[in-house]
Design a protein around this ligand. Structure first.
Ligand SMILES: O=C(O)CCC(=O)C(=O)O
Ligand SMILES: [Fe+2]
Length: 290
């Protein structure tokens, strides 16, 4: 029997496999060892999977809680390119930004995710946040102030994919909660570009299916925690096959407090905006898009 705190929620020690990932002893020797491994992998290939992060006894709940809200996902198939820029942007012939792909994933917003769920427990846990920040060698990180995009469930239905792209975020924290029956594999090309070099030839080769030697694949299982730097690594989730959707929890954090998405982007992603988005728009001091 799991003990409950006053809020009725289980504590992070009860969610995380603390024998493997000693969140109960912040900065202790075992914590430092895991953080050192994560940092080394992130420096090397921009990706680190902390396998079996969630205790086996909670894996059924993890999957079920997310499957219950998955029907609330918003999304329609969008045409995109790998760079998150307009698909008709003027680019030279052969530039990989001219390759148009279908993005078929849909998001369940934070306000549909129960506060008692495993993913919400993790996302809001101060010690989890401290641990993740330490793995990314950041002094700290903050939950988004955005009531929709801070914590999401990413749902990819059979026949759909999340096509090749670079992230705009410096770092991403995610957790698979349901595997596809077949395919729906996370694939990535470590360091295919650098801050000073787009390396469009290799990117174009991967998009054309000719860059197999550059691609790595992850065999993720529900409850694995994935830490990823997607600015320099082209990545995708290949088309999901079989009878059921693939589900991933996306834990969105920022390096400063108070971050909230623009009304326009929020409407694109979730099909609606809340008063918080409109209020933030009114005080936004710049005209940046995101
Ligand atoms: O669903 C996933 O595993 C990948 C998601 C992703 O790449 C993104 O949200 O940018
Ligand atoms: Fe991504």
């Amino acid at each position: 029997m799991i003990s409950m705190s006053i809020s009725g929620a289980v504590s992070v020690d009860e969610v995380v496999d603390t024998d493997r990932y000693p969140l109960s002893d912040p900065d202790g020797p075992a914590w430092r060892a895991v953080v050192a491994r994560a940092r080394a992998e992130l420096d090397d290939i921009g990706c680190c999977v902390l396998a079996d992060f969630v205790r086996p006894s909670l894996l059924d709940a993890l999957e079920r809680e997310c499957a219950e809200i998955a029907p609330l996902a918003h999304g329609r198939v969008e045409l995109v390119n790998a760079y998150n820029i307009a698909i008709d942007a003027p680019l030279p012939d052969g530039h990989p930004g001219r390759t148009v792909m279908e993005r078929g994933n849909a998001f369940v917003a934070r306000d549909h995710i129960p506060v008692s769920s495993v993913i919400h427990q993790l996302y809001t846990s101060p010690v989890f946040q401290r641990f993740v920040a330490d793995c990314f060698a950041l002094p700290g990180l903050y939950e988004l102030a955005d009531p929709l995009s801070g914590l999401c469930l990413n749902v990819i239905a059979p026949g759909r994919a999340h096509p090749w792209h670079f992230d705009t975020n410096e770092f991403t924290v995610s957790m698979l909660t349901r595997r596809a029956d077949r395919d729906g594999v996370f694939e990535y090309c470590p360091n295919i570009r650098s801050a000073g070099e787009e390396n469009v030839d290799d990117v174009a080769a991967v998009l054309a299916g000719n860059g197999e030697h550059l691609v790595r694949r992850l065999t993720l299982r529900p409850g694995d925690l994935q830490l990823f730097r997607g600015r320099l690594a082209l990545h995708r989730v290949s088309t999901v096959r079989g009878g059921r959707a693939r589900h991933t929890a996306i834990f969105a954090y920022s390096q400063r407090p108070g971050v909230i998405g623009s009304a326009e982007r929020t409407r694109q992603l979730f099909g609606r905006v809340l008063s918080e988005h409109l209020a933030a728009e009114a005080v936004r001091g710049d005209s940046l898009l995101d």
